[in-house]
Design a protein around this ligand. Structure first.
Ligand SMILES: C[S@@+](CC[C@H](N)C(=O)[O-])C[C@H]1O[C@@H](n2cnc3c(N)ncnc32)[C@H](O)[C@@H]1O
Length: 292
């Protein structure tokens, strides 16, 4: 008998590997870098005004690649000003990778790093207990709010930590992405884990409207090359399919009818475009900039 379907995050090392494959087969980080190059300088233009140190809080910073890109933009905006960069990241492997990247990078002399091995809510509870409610000049939450249980409470709490002229940058998949359609159409038949929720920028902006939090939302196109998913026995395709469905070993554990439906749907224009013999899944991203 086939094993039952289970959520991908229940096997953390497979999750990390499939996330790596996703990054290698998508324009996810290129899309973020384009936004950071073109828009971030304007967004952070005033965050450090009249400050002797710029304080940055990274929530779910992962292995730090995007974090370092952000730091280089802050350094360019405020040359020589000391920066404190604290990272809230529950995964020890990710923290170890982040530290390696920092050790190998140059031009970080004016930055003090600190890592907290905890979730956003553990961080919140700890600093509330200790009454250490420091203010921050820039807080970012990049592709991580899916893993937070109480999103409105998290948004409200981090918003309350913003200093004068400070901003929050949130990146999540856009409501126009294939993810939104995939979750709406098949989410109820895929394994759910209370560690991961299906949310898009449309859900987040609605929550912020309800909380009276002001924001601006920018959308940028991004794609994920899922062509390998349609090649039988292809290991890369199997890991990408796990990432898409958030299911561990989807290929071997999904009921055949569900698998057939999803494989067919993924090639339809609602989800993907076909270009140069490739199937490109719509991975559009939204960049939400929150004001203090
Ligand atoms: C999809 S990765 C994104 C990493 C990085 N920000 C990027 O965009 O490349 C999500 C990250 O959030 C972290 N994470 C998961 N649950 C979290 C939580 N409750 N609080 C903070 N971070 C969390 C994960 O360990 C992982 O490093």
């Amino acid at each position: 008998m086939a094993s039952p379907m289970r959520s991908l995050v229940s096997d953390y090392s497979r999750y990390v590997e499939s996330f790596r494959r996703f990054l290698n087969n998508s324009t996810e980080h290129q899309c973020m870098q384009e936004f950071l190059d073109n828009k971030l300088p304007g967004i952070i233009a005033r965050i450090g005004d009249k400050k002797s140190e710029i304080k940055i809080l990274s929530i779910g910073g992962g292995a730090g690649e995007i974090d370092l890109h952000i730091l280089s933009k802050v350094q360019a905006q405020y040359p020589g000003v000391p920066i404190k960069n604290e990272v809230v990241e529950p995964n020890a492997e990710q923290i170890a990778k982040y530290k390696e990247v920092v050790a190998k990078s140059s031009n970080l002399e004016n930055i003090k790093f600190a890592w907290h091995k905890e979730t956003a809510s553990e961080y919140k509870n700890r600093i509330m207990e200790k009454k250490e409610l420091h203010k921050w000049d820039f807080i970012h939450m990049i592709q991580m709010l899916y893993y937070v249980k109480d999103i409105p409470a998290t948004l409200k709490f981090f918003h309350s930590l913003l200093a004068t002229n400070a901003k929050i940058l949130i990146i999540v998949v856009s409501g126009t992405s294939g993810w939104d359609k995939l979750w709406k159409k098949y989410g109820s038949r895929l394994p759910r884990d209370d560690l991961c929720q299906y949310i898009t920028a449309t859900d987040l902006t609605q929550m912020m409207d309800n909380l009276g939090i002001k924001y601006e939302c920018h959308d940028l196109p991004s794609t994920m090359d899922i062509s390998d998913c349609f090649i039988d026995g292809n290991e890369n395709g199997a890991l990408l399919l796990d990432f898409l469905t958030e299911t561990c070993n989807f290929n071997t554990t999904a009921p055949p009818d569900l698998k057939a439906e999803i494989m067919k749907a993924l090639q339809e224009p609602e989800f993907s475009v076909k270009k140069d013999g490739k199937v490109l899944f719509n991975n559009n991203l939204s960049f939400i900039v929150v004001e203090a």
